[in-house]
Design a protein. Structure first.
Length: 305
């Protein structure tokens, strides 16, 4: 059993190959859901972990994920396949996370062998493309930081806030600058409650867990507030910049929303080491949906991916 809660929640098993695809399984935990849906960053972490298992001597450059249907607690399967494999330069890897079709996943058993896995019985929850750098140590090049680039936010006014996970203890210790109420940006300090060190595998998760900048605008609560709207991410990207130093206990994060047009909005994020080193950037493409018009997440039709 993994030592830390996050490692237990993202524990994967390699069960074999089907054609050119390597097949992994994972149990998505109930306690890592919000509003009954598994967080997209949780799925991103599972897919990244599966892909990196196949290429352990590479460092990820980027992960781009497309969410097709909401993930639910229960077993899942991840198919990993090379789109472009290179021994010297960048490689592109696809990772597709699927769950068995049907409404309740918690009682479904996980395949233990690739021969027992029937892809046509499964629904795609998320499709991702992961860009890998060349062999470890070869991913060096020019570095220029523009003077106007985003910088870590001061931590003087950070106060604890509570995230509403479905059950169990808090999965993340989150502090926020609560003095900002007039612009769509949020600033955080993030850490795991069990003191798990932050590493590359956890960055896709941290890039998707935040107090939403749109909730900050006090004069827009009827239109944009958490109680009245759902803001699902259609796709997001994480670009990995510098490697996370060993024994990193917390990170600083900033998230900014620039535009809302016809109910769609973009959200940019930056994740920093406490010493100011930029670890990752992220961009989300999401939508604002009134909660009264939200469909039940378990009633969606299987997609064709």
């Amino acid at each position: 059993m993994p030592e830390y809660d996050f490692d237990n929640a993202t524990h994967i098993s390699h069960i074999g190959k089907q054609s050119e695809k390597r097949i992994f399984t994972c149990q998505l935990h109930e306690g890592w859901t919000m509003d009954g849906v598994v967080l997209g960053g949780y799925l991103g972490a599972v897919m990244l972990k599966s892909a990196m298992n196949c290429y352990p001597n590479r460092n990820p450059a980027a992960l781009t994920a497309f969410f097709t249907t909401p993930g639910l607690p229960g077993p899942c399967v991840v198919e990993v396949e090379a789109i472009k494999a290179s021994k010297r330069s960048f490689s592109l890897i696809s990772a597709t996370l699927k769950q068995l079709a049907g409404s309740d996943k918690r009682s479904v058993s996980i395949p233990t062998l690739a021969n027992n896995y029937v892809p046509m019985d499964y629904v795609t929850r998320c499709y991702s493309v992961i860009t890998l750098n060349g062999p470890a140590g070869d991913d060096e090049g020019p570095t220029v930081i523009h003077p106007n680039a985003q910088k870590p936010h001061p931590t003087d006014n950070m106060e604890p806030i509570e995230l509403k996970f479905n059950e169990g203890p808090e999965r993340l210790v989150l502090r926020q600058d609560l003095t900002i109420t007039d612009r769509t940006e949020s600033h955080h300090i993030m850490s795991f409650p069990d003191n798990r060190p932050i590493d590359t595998y956890s960055l896709p998760y941290l890039a998707d867990v935040y107090y939403h900048p749109l909730h900050i605008l006090k004069d827009k609560q009827d239109q944009l507030g958490r109680e009245n709207t759902w803001k699902p991410t259609l796709q997001y990207e994480v670009q990995f910049k510098y490697p996370v130093p060993p024994n990193t206990e917390q990170v600083l994060a900033t998230f900014v929303t620039h535009h809302i047009v016809n109910g769609r909005f973009d959200l940019d994020g930056w994740i920093f080491h406490p010493d100011g080193t930029l670890l990752a950037t992220t961009r989300h493409h999401a939508v604002v949906i009134p909660r009264h018009s939200r469909r039940g997440v378990t009633s969606q039709k299987p997609n064709k991916l």
